[in-house]
Write a protein that binds this ligand. Structure first.
Ligand SMILES: [Zn+2]
Length: 463
């Protein structure tokens, strides 16, 4: 497809604006001015006219009936799982993993490319402008799996934090995955270092970050956990893993390491401002204090946690303690919907379950988790996550005057509590990636057809 031009100057007017700045400033009717991909101005009323002679010709959008928000940030996903959705639907985490590892161990480069394109397309057309992928399974001879994911990200046009995951603790070392699904410690570390050296771009406005991401305490050796942390700090990249997801994981850590997951992470160098962890469901008060003290981030994945009966993360307690918290879709083998709107809604709903919890999370809290919270968790809060002058123009115009939303007066309540809102425009660095509900970088039908063909290939190859 032809490259989409970035308009030099774009003015958006007549819409509600939720800036998600430090004061949660909202404008009932406001404007945004975008210049060279960066937000130049945001405020109430119509956009100011440029001084005579300084007006750069550009595009003007009348966004009557819309809400403008920062683009959504997804902090945890496994793109390859798009090919294994709807399987093992009544299992807890460990049983589900044991059922799926043998299938996942057959993936190859074309499969991962098709799955990544579909995962990214699904998220982008739902308002995600930055996504993170955690890929941790690298069968021998399967091709350049990380490269396939990165290419898909470039095609769809959203920002990507592609993590180079790994597993080196197979069954024979007391781990959960079968031995044929894991790498050696050396292969995992070498692959991670290569990924950083080849792909990581730390510049302002970068479209691609790499992070180091051994999979979980029950699939990774202590040596790999320790060495990955050393490597990431030497290279200046972030660290990501799964933590405190289920009671089974807690039991595993106590039996094997003589301590709970958070203490284990601390002893292996895995708490810090450069670390974010998926789930963090089974956290004691002391664990929360440790996360807050070290600035360790959390990717809250409410749908996946419910699907696998893992439990409910203590998000209000984490936020009160000052822990950075973002939202995650998680892999689509445990969250078949694969889009982030559900997570805003479910984060609010599941955290209110129980008497007297009606104020546990507000609609503004939910929007903050999905935007600024995610930006902080991915280490990009100086660039994205809020609509403020100087930040990158990653934003979404949600149409709220249609059937699904027109009777809800508060636009943020309409977005969070209502059905998924249609998107009239989504921008990444000022460049349109979605217009009138359609993706501009890839053709949706082609993506769906190719993903289906690769899912069939995988099903035929699987034992
Ligand atoms: Zn996960």
């Amino acid at each position: 497809m032809a490259d989409r031009p970035t308009p030099r100057r774009l003015i958006i007017e007549n819409c509600a604006v939720a800036t998600v700045d430090a004061g949660d400033t909202r404008y009932e009717r406001g404007h945004l001015v975008i210049s060279e991909g960066v937000i130049e101005a945001v405020g109430p009323g119509p956009a100011p006219e440029p001084p005579p002679g300084e007006g750069i010709p550009g595009r003007r959008v009348d966004a009557e009936g819309h809400l403008a928000t920062p683009g959504l940030v997804n902090t945890h996903h496994h793109f390859y799982q798009w090919l294994t959705r709807g399987m093992a639907t009544d299992h807890n985490l460990f049983d589900w993993l044991v059922a799926l590892y043998p299938v996942w161990a057959r993936i190859d480069e074309p499969m991962v490319g098709a799955a990544a394109r579909a995962s990214l397309a699904m998220m982008a057309r739902g308002g995600v402008t930055t996504a993170s992928d955690h890929h941790y399974i690298f069968p021998r001879g399967s091709g350049d799996l990380l490269g396939a994911t990165i290419t898909a990200g470039r095609e769809v046009g959203i920002r990507l934090t592609a993590t180079r995951g790994s597993m080196d603790r197979g069954e024979s070392d007391g781990g959960l995955p079968p031995d044929f699904a894991v790498e050696s410690t050396e292969e995992a570390l070498r692959g991670t270092e290569e990924a950083v050296d080849t792909h990581h771009d730390p510049s302002f406005g970068s479209m691609l970050h790499i992070a180091a991401a051994p999979c979980s305490p029950f699939s990774v050796s202590t040596e790999l956990m320790r060495e990955a942390a050393v490597l990431a700090r030497r290279k200046g990249v972030r660290l990501h893993t799964h933590g405190s997801e289920t009671v089974e994981e807690e039991k595993f850590c106590h039996e094997l390491f003589g301590m709970g997951p958070t203490d284990y992470f601390e002893t292996t160098g895995w708490l810090g401002e450069d670390v974010w962890m998926a789930h963090c469901v089974h956290m004691t008060d002391a664990d929360i204090v440790a996360f807050a003290r070290t600035g360790t981030g959390v990717a809250h994945c409410p749908s996946s946690n419910a699907r696998l009966a893992a439990g409910t993360a203590r998000v209000p307690d984490l936020l009160r303690a000052g822990v950075p918290v973002g939202l995650g879709v998680d892999g689509t083998a445990s969250n078949e919907a694969g889009e982030l709107h559900t997570e805003l809604r479910n984060a609010l709903l599941v955290n209110r379950l129980g008497p007297h919890r009606e104020k546990a999370l507000t609609v503004d809290d939910a929007l903050r988790l999905a935007t600024m919270g995610g930006a902080r968790v991915l280490g990009r809060d100086a660039e994205i996550g809020s609509l403020e002058p100087g930040k990158l123009a990653d934003l979404v115009l949600w149409r709220l005057d249609g059937l699904g939303h027109s009777t809800i007066a508060d636009p943020v309540a309409a977005l969070v509590l209502g059905p998924p809102a249609p998107i009239s425009l989504a921008l990444v660095g000022g460049k349109p990636v979605v217009e009138d509900g359609r993706l501009l970088g890839v053709d949706e039908e082609t993506v769906a057809r190719e993903a289906r063909a690769q899912a069939r290939r995988l099903a035929e190859a699987a034992p």
